[in-house]
Design a protein around this ligand. Sequence first.
Ligand SMILES: NC(=O)c1ccc[n+]([C@@H]2O[C@H](COP(=O)([O-])OP(=O)(O)OC[C@H]3O[C@@H](n4cnc5c(N)ncnc54)[C@H](O)[C@@H]3O)[C@@H](O)[C@H]2O)c1
Length: 423
Amino acid sequence: MEQANNKKVKLGFIGLGQRGAAFGMTDGSIGLMGNVLNNAKDAIITAICDRFPERLEAAAKRIMDNGDPKPLMTTDYKELMNSGVDAIIISTSWDMHVKVALEGMEAGVPVAMEVGGTHNIDECWKLVDCYERTGTPIFFMENCCYNKDEALVTSLARNGVLGEIAFCQGYYCHDLREEIAGGIDTHHYRLAEYTNYNCENYPTHELGPIAKLLHITSGNRFTKLVSMASKSIGLKHYIANNPKYKDRLGDREFKQGDVVTTMIECENGETIFLKLDTTLPRLYERGLTASGTKGFYNQTTQSVIIDDGKLDHEHTAYKDMFFTAKDYDKYLPDDWRNITPEQIKSGHGGMDFIMLKHFIHCIKYKKPMPIDVYDAVTWMSVTALSEQSIANGCVPVECPDFTRGKYKTRKTVDTMDYPIVKD
Ligand SMILES: NC(=O)c1ccc[n+]([C@@H]2O[C@H](COP(=O)([O-])OP(=O)(O)OC[C@H]3O[C@@H](n4cnc5c(N)ncnc54)[C@H](O)[C@@H]3O)[C@@H](O)[C@H]2O)c1
């Protein structure tokens, strides 16, 4: 039993851009900070840090407008770490994630680190070694693990509804041309990333939920991957046709291929297909798919197909066989059954609220992190490994076992309490 604990968790925010503080956002986003201010009755933001003073001012105003005391404002994240915060939230550019996380862990301050890949396998090992030496908790903020669709398919899998899973697929398809080119004005890090690297640069939104579903780092592991990149023409075309950027970025060459596809093999025999598609015109899509011996789930078509022995294998009645997700509500965890309209509005359809609630609860009650250091580095390392594969002619690359064998006996910590459904 947990002892009631009314103390608010004191949070320090490092990185007050689009994600951290919705800086410059005009689409109604409230960022992680807005989520904490609106919803997290158990937490208070006591310190904030960014390189840019105007971002600090804007974030401090939001905190004080919320009725909270003026936070410590600093451009030096070490000062924030030493200010008595109970945990830090890192929402900086990708290149700073591991550096800042390591310093936080060394200082004994629990860390929540935003998503993104890493170009450097050594960084992954440093994170593991630091965690094992200091014991400071680290949570990887993969919010898609808390989304309703991902929760549904994970629960179906946990309940055996899909049978034994052989294959999963996921995409990060998001037209980011304006965000990337706009970096020339907003300082957004993606502009440099797309200029300098060619890789699966953002694997975790789709891979995180798949890895959890397949028990990666606890009973299963990635063994090898192979990646292929298309030519790079999307950004060039966008910039050449956009007067805002044509003169300033027209000469820029981008290393990043427009579409990067990756296949991953798992020790237990499953395969995974990933697609990154961010610099051509298209609709947002994560396309999560799970194929098992008894059934199939696909996020894009919002469908669950169960083989009840009557499936029309010629697909002539294809549409009639689709069951909508609402037929499967009983498989949803309580987090999704009990969510309020306000929480749904509070960022990415509610998943940000649920994720932060779980993180704050783990800090408050000293519980193990549901997405821990081994999950984080296993997923992030796909960026570096895909880069190696592409650079060497799409060769297969071995995936390191960052658990050093512990995955064989580690138990899966699920992100949510999936119900056991008895029909
Ligand atoms: N989970 C999600 O749904 C989601 C959505 C968007 C972005 N993100 C992630 O959030 C992170 C930030 O993305 P963004 O779009 O907000 O980027 P951004 O460029 O808008 O913001 C990053 C901020 O970090 C600050 N920063 C960088 N280095 C710093 C340092 N050393 N000290 C202090 N501040 C520093 C920058 O000044 C900037 O304000 C990325 O990891 C991104 O992948 C996650």
